[in-house]
Design a protein around this ligand. Sequence first.
Ligand code: 3H9
Length: 695
Amino acid sequence: MTEINSVTTLTHDGDVAVITLNSPPVNALSGNVRQGLYDGFKAAGASDAKAIVLICEGRTFIAGADISEFGAAAGTPTASLFDVQDMMENAKVPVVAAIHGTALGGGLEVALCAHYRVAVPSARLGLPEVALGLLPGAGGTQRLPRVVGVETALEMMTSGRHVPAPEAAKLGLVDELAEEGKLKEAALAFANKCVAENKPLVKISENNTKLEAARGKPEIFAAFRKANARKFRGFAAPEANIKCIEAAVNSASFDEGLKAERKLFGELMMGSQSAAQRYYFFAERQAQKIPGIADDIPLRPIKKVGVIGAGTMGGGIAMNFANVGIPVVIVEQQQAPLDKGLATIRSNYERSRTAKPEETAKRISLITGSLSMEEAFADVDLVIEAVFERMDIKKDIFTKLDAICKPGAILATNTSGLNIDEIASVTKRPQDVIGLHFFSPANVMKLLEIVRADHTADDVIMTSMKLSKQIGKIAALVGVCPGFVGNRILGQRQREAQKLVLEGAMPWDVDRVLYDFGFPMGPFAMSDLAGLDIGWVKEKSNGETIRDVLCEADRRGQKTGAGYYDYDENRNAQPSAFTEKVIHDFIVKSGANPRKIDDEEILERCIYPMINEAVKILEEGKAIRASDIDVVWVNGYGWPVYRGGPMFYGDLIGGPAVVLKKMQEFEAKMGDQFKPAALLEKLVAEGKKFSDLKG
Ligand code: 3H9
């Protein structure tokens, strides 16, 4: 065995040279890895090997370029990725990439420079750069369509989807599927076969057949853009990816296409969107790390889950666990709501069709119902209460759970704002009590706020964090305070949106500004969708608010064909003269003069107080770090990921000094609600950024 460098070895197995990469955690293409590959291929090429296999150790094949190197100061000069690819593609003997885990981004781009690819069925291949606000910058945009065709390349590159190896084999990306656990043997056998059969050294860059099929057909691209316009709205990277594939089709040569790719890659890399998306990639992973709790702390096994409440929330929560094979028992007080809840779960599964019918049936069978907490919860490892938001009811439930559940069971509440310390206080085991705040619909929404109460044990927190990953959620650990992190910040935006309307802006002006910022919809459109009558009581309504008047006129949102907006039969929204008059009358009645409010003020009034509130949350220790706040807002509230989250955005627009100045200006004009956080002033005094709040 020759040690090429600290992450690369070269061995020989008969006629085959084997280059093995081992750079945990994911064999990303750091300078060291690139140099190891370059030197490894050089040494293998200089040996008398008749074929070369590239294989990786650890959990995965190369998962891409090393994202942490992007934008960082250049270190010691090393071989570039292009040098490595050149060496592979132009090797004089067949090169076989042996793929397990994931071959992503630059990893797949390396594999596409091998002459052949062998993969285990569990492997996944893809070009997910779009999710980082980028495009494949190492020839992937030119090679992928040459293998899979233009339409598939468009879909793969703009979605970033990780394609399972069996599908990749059908697409021509993988030449042979190996038996699971026998990758090396299969790759060696394939390499020997190449030698024995004198197989050609396939260079993808030289095969234009699939591109020619799309030449002179601009309608392919036009149709793709049109079909995905909504999905791509606001993002720069999908369009740049499409342009690269167009360049592949229309360029006179591979190299000319590569030049277009280089140029567009550089533009994206320098832009703020990719900076935000790359930041966000690490933010999500950082959120899993809890200072003061070891990552390898022994976890509590969660083999069975109980849920209290078969409503929309309880049902959605239960589905998350059944989806990963964990049995769930739901308890309700009455048979009728239990039956209704279970029926809703069944129909949700049948409607969503995300799994094969037999898998769907299995998931449904994992969710059972009961009318008795005593019977259902004696052996559960985790119970999640999802009932009506009333402290007395919750306390009653937790008193019972304390008596029923086995020692060590985690007792969780899904409250979206009640004091969890108070709930825990009725039990003799407050260390086992935690908040698991799911967002509605709980089987769909990615965010999970994990709420640490005063006495919550470390292993309960870590078990919840790991469990959230298992059920496909993105979690952030927050502290007990009204609204926790997400809703507390939302409260600021909602308040300002309402106030702006009472000063002269129309709901559709506010909505448009926030929509253009990148939110999926503004607060008034959102109210119409959810129903204006949530929490509205007809008998008590006395026209005190705009909402009261709209509901009294039976304008209760989309479901009644009117709310803040008028809706046609296809639920298309139109500004409403009725609403405009209601607002006008309110302003006149208050004795104020409506004023023209420009878009800039709308945005600043909605966004700056959110940033200020986030800083207050950090000041009070209710979130660990600034980036956790961004994880909450991107995942749970539709903050556009290409703007990173409220904290990243705060730095992008000039940092704490700019936000402080604006808050002071608003405070002087409009009072206490805009009082700057003390920590905001401290950050400015110390010349720090929001991103410096790292916990
Ligand atoms: C690219 O390739 C550009 C090229 O086209 C052109 C170049 C010229 N770099 O997610 P996990 C870390 S762009 C650096 O928790 P999993 C991650 O931060 C890249 N670090 O594990 C974490 O660190 P820590 C295209 C990376 O099993 C640890 O590895 N590729 C990278 O749930 C474990 O990660 C991608 O976009 C990286 N590329 O999922 C793939 N990847 O433990 C990005 C991971 O300190 N990666 N880390 O927190 C992924 O999608 C997932 O990490 C993967 C594993 C599916 C691989």
